[in-house]
Design a protein around this ligand. Structure first.
Ligand code: CMC
Length: 419
């Protein structure tokens, strides 16, 4: 076994080196404090491996993303439900397992009738991510028994899309549409979002395919902010629904999943401003402006994000098939072209990420901007579940980082009349 040496205050310490199946090298410092009294400092965790995981592999230098070893490009042909099974249970389901899995996901789609009443209490302007997080946490009040994890996994996957569609219906004042058991996972979501009781709805296969692709591309991304949050919360022993609800909140932020909403808002602002791409690229380079190119840059990808490439092609295809001309697609392409040629973006290795083109597709599907991050959450569910399950199986310790304290040293309390 190879080791790494650390010299601290003139004393030498040796630590084991761990190598992953794709050659990732890590220094195991779990005995660092015990042996040296020191801790590591890695703000933002850019160099910290928080766990060992067998779910997703990313090579950010080469732009590689694989779920359980399978390249993301090959999974474009798969269905989201089988990808969910793959991520959670570690292998592709066979024919019988897939039929059973889909059947369960269909049968558990209905919400407890009382849960519908929660939506009455939210204001019409409520952001659907807030509703999604609250409703996912509240599933633990209906299903408090945590003994049957597989059943709760099915419940969560099956009901989250119903919750998401209901939150949209609430925001536009339309009646909730119940799931229909003859429809697939993705068709059911489209139906619950866009159908009305007054007439039957034809579900376009183009929309269904686009939705399936979007969900697959978002299904996992190893230790990102929301997944780490799910693992963090779960490490305390909190149940699956509570842990995933926290993950939804983490995803909401504009530096993470909330970027897809922020991208469209940015593209709209650029279009309204006459399509002056250069001005916005210059603004993004000026730190004092506080502006960043949303949908650009990534902690791990320093080459290109393979998901963004797939989505750019899909955006062209889907818009052409639907006969839609979205001026924002042109703005996005123009902005990308200018940014990719700019020395700042080249030097800092900033490329379009998954959020850059996804919004164009959601728009074409008729999904409103404030639902974009909810779509990301629906896609990411299998990843969150897979990581939560893996962490429990590993018997992980409670996640509890340390800190370098920088506050005042010992001081005294002073009674209020003397302050
Ligand atoms: N526009 C302008 N400058 C940028 C951008 C950007 N979008 N992203 C990074 N930079 C600069 C940043 O200012 C920094 O410069 P310097 O080294 O001079 O201080 C350098 O590039 C490195 O950036 P960082 O913020 O230290 O990188 P990070 O790994 O901490 O953050 C990120 C990654 C994705 C949060 C960041 O690139 C960003 O804010 N991007 C825009 C938001 C976005 O698109 N988020 C979606 C991420 S992908 C999907 C997901 O995870 O949800």
């Amino acid at each position: 076994m190879s080791t790494a040496k650390l010299i601290l205050d003139g004393k030498e310490h040796e630590f084991p080196v761990v190598t992953g199946s794709e050659g990732e090298v890590a220094v195991d410092i779990s005995k660092l404090r015990e042996r040296t009294g020191a801790i590591t400092l890695d703000e933002g965790y850019g160099n910290t491996g928080s766990c060992r995981s067998a779910i997703t592999f990313i090579d950010g230098e080469q732009g590689i993303l694989r779920y359980r070893g399978i390249p993301i490009e090959e999974l474009e042909e798969a269905r989201f439900t089988e990808v969910a099974y793959l991520l959670i249970y570690g292998r592709l389901p066979n024919q019988t397992e897939l039929v059973e899995w889909r059947e369960k996901l269909t049968r558990h789609s209905l919400l407890h009738e009382d849960m519908k009443k929660f939506f009455e209490g939210f204001p019409a302007s409520a952001h659907p991510m807030a509703m999604l997080s609250a409703m996912v946490a509240s599933l633990s009040t209906y299903y408090p028994d945590t003994a049957d994890l597989d059943l709760n996994i099915v419940r969560l996957l099956a009901k989250a899309k119903t919750i998401a569609a209901f939150s949209y219906k609430k925001s536009i004042g339309q009646p909730f549409m119940y799931p229909l058991n003859h429809l697939s996972y993705t068709e059911n979501f489209v139906h619950m979002m866009f159908a009305v009781p007054a007439e039957p709805m034809h579900i376009s296969p183009v929309l269904d395919r686009a939705l399936n692709l979007l969900l697959i591309l978002h299904a996992d991304h190893e230790q990102n902010c929301s997944t780490s949050t799910v693992r963090m919360v779960g490490s305390s022993g909190a149940n699956l629904f509570a842990s995933v609800s926290a993950g939804v909140c983490a995803l909401w932020g504009p530096l993470h999943g909330g970027a897809n909403q922020a991208v469209i808002e940015m593209l709209e602002a650029i279009a309204a401003d006459g399509g002056n791409y250069r001005k916005y690229v210059e603004m993004a380079k000026d730190k004092a402006s506080g502006f960043r190119l949303m949908g650009f840059g990534h902690r791990v990808y320093k080459n290109f994000d393979p998901r963004s490439r797939i989505l750019k092609t899909a955006a062209d295809e889907v818009l052409a098939e639907l006969g839609i001309r979205d001026p924002l697609l042109e703005v996005a392409k123009g902005l990308e072209e200018i940014a990719l040629e700019d020395a700042y973006f080249v030097e800092k290795k900033l490329y379009p990420n998954v959020d850059f083109y996804s919004g164009i597709l959601y728009r074409a599907m008729g999904i409103p901007t404030n639902m974009f991050t909810v779509m990301f959450a629906l896609g990411r569910l299998p990843g969150w579940i897979a990581h939560w399950r893996e962490m429990r199986e590993q018997g992980a310790r409670i996640n509890r980082p340390r800190q370098v304290y920088t506050g005042p040293t010992r001081t005294s309390w002073v009674p209020v009349e003397r302050r």
